[in-house]
Design a protein around this ligand. Structure first.
Ligand SMILES: Cc1cc2nc3c(=O)[nH]c(=O)nc-3n(C[C@H](O)[C@H](O)[C@H](O)COP(=O)(O)OP(=O)(O)OC[C@H]3O[C@@H](n4cnc5c(N)ncnc54)[C@H](O)[C@@H]3O)c2cc1C
Length: 261
């Protein structure tokens, strides 16, 4: 087995998720972050595949420099290396620009048999990145995978579909999206965490390190923009009581219902 690349996104904790109404962007600094849960499941699976078949687990992430501290948690779990794609040019990327940048980095890492992603993130949550990567890299894709069996250059995966599952086979390299909650991600090893914090140096690639036109990254490479943000509040119970005869009550109820269109 050659490199197993795990696309690892750092996301705000659910309770800390917030948008800046001015810029219509997600607030990423000053909030508590974590490795996206499904990506942790993907890291755990990659380590299991490595234990059985060999290879190197390489974490790949795109985001601001402070993501480094979270990627070191993945290193402490047992990943061999971590690469952070960080450049102001990458900011504001939609899913396509994100995938184009990740694909350029995957090409640069090279020598890989598997690219693992989470099934979706808890912030953007589109689930589009794995398929876009497969298309851009021209690789077979298996989505919502819960089990993997590697045999030589062949891959058998169990993937969840509506009402059941299917077993699919493919050669490698291939791209897999990993279902949330399929395993219990191991705790970071304490000694390895100390080593990662003190001695491990993360590789950081900027736009000029990758073979990608800068205009295909960040906002300029994005086909979508957030035009409007609307906050939805859950409806409060009104607790209106209507008085009068049965007919008066019925008329009043109709009046109230009409107000709600
Ligand atoms: C309404 C809205 C507003 C947004 N606003 C902002 C914003 O203000 N600022 C901002 O930075 N982003 C913003 N984004 C998010 C941005 O579009 C996503 O970060 C990016 O395009 C990935 O999409 P996703 O989170 O839906 O990934 P999904 O397709 O759900 O992710 C699937 C898997 O792909 C991999 N993956 C995805 N993204 C990365 C990554 N960056 N690095 C490594 N692996 C990855 C992971 O394995 C992940 O589990 C916004 C998205 C939406 C929908």
């Amino acid at each position: 087995m050659r490199n197993i690349i795990v696309c690892t996104k750092i996301v705000p904790k659910a309770e800390d998720m917030n948008f800046d109404p001015e810029t219509k962007t997600m607030k990423r600094s000053g909030v508590e972050n974590q490795i996206n849960e499904a990506d942790k499941n993907a890291i755990e699976l990659s380590l299991k595949i490595k234990e059985k078949n060999g290879g190197r687990v390489v974490l790949l992430s795109m985001g601001p420099p402070f993501f480094e501290q979270y990627l070191k948690i993945g290193i402490a779990m047992g990943a061999d290396d971590a690469i952070l794609l960080s450049d102001r040019l990458f900011a504001g990327a939609d899913t396509f620009a994100t995938s184009a940048t990740l694909a350029a980095a995957i090409r640069k890492i090279g020598d890989y048999d598997l690219v693992l992603c989470g099934e979706e993130t808890s912030d953007g949550g589109t689930g589009q990145v794995p398929s876009q990567l497969a298309e851009l890299l021209d690789l077979p894709q298996m989505l919502f995978v819960s089990e993997v069996d590697v045999d030589g250059n062949n891959l058998k995966a169990k993937r969840t579909i509506k009402g059941g599952y299917e077993i699919v086979e493919s050669g490698m390299p291939a791209i897999l999206s990993i279902e949330l909650g399929i395993n219990q991600p191991r705790f970071p090893d304490f000694k390895r965490k100390r080593w990662a914090d003190k001695e491990f140096s993360l590789t950081i690639w900027s736009a000029s390190s990758l073979e990608i036109k800068p205009e295909l990254t960040g906002t300029s490479g994005s086909y979508t923009i957030v035009k409007r943000l609307t906050e939805y509040f859950t409806h409060q119970r009104q607790r209106i009581s209507v008085e009068g005869t049965a007919e008066q009550q019925a008329n009043k109820i109709m009046e109230i219902l009409r107000e709600y269109g």
